[in-house]
Design a protein. Sequence first.
Length: 232
Amino acid sequence: MDAYEIIKLISESKKKTPVRALFKGNIEKCDFSVLAETYKGLDFIEVYDEFDKIRDFAAAHPEVTMTRFENDRRNSAIPLADLTKINARIEPGAVIREMTEIGDKCVIMMGAVINIGAVIGEGTMIDMNAVIGGRATVGRNCHIGAGTVLAGVIEPPSATPVKICDGVMIGANAVVLEGVTVGENSVVAAGSVVTKDVPPRCVVAGVPAKIIKQVDDTTKSKTELVEALRNL
């Protein structure tokens, strides 16, 4: 997606603060049907709606008491993706926004964040707590290590997105800055900060990352993907 399209979408979207609340008291005397969703228990009612509506409802009905209140966002512009429509293994705690592309047989591990406009190719693993910024592109059969950050470029909108080509292996806690392309089958060592393009089949390491060698058979054996982890 174009950065300006995303900015326009966020700017013009209806910001939402969905909440869940439980009410107890004289629940029979209140008309809860004015709220979006209601579920009645023996001595309570569970409701779902926007924060402002539930707050105003509680203030207008002193005969009931709000005993529990839960929300996980405030004035959110972009919903989370419907994970049931993604043919991948997605573990608990991953955060994936709408308008992302996740290829078949990907693995998205706990705590990973994939922002709007990002594209993840088939068979790629996004490891724990990795951050795939807005509009970043990751190719097929890559491994993005735990804690890695691929810089997002929604702001500033003029920046060029990160591009990780097919077969790339990135070690834990690496950072790839905006505008950088990492070429096919290259390896980025753990903890590296990549500030310039990486040619295909190179191993880079350091801060800033520099080429230390070409990918060889030893490198391949140490960075081999395990197909069984991608079985659904």
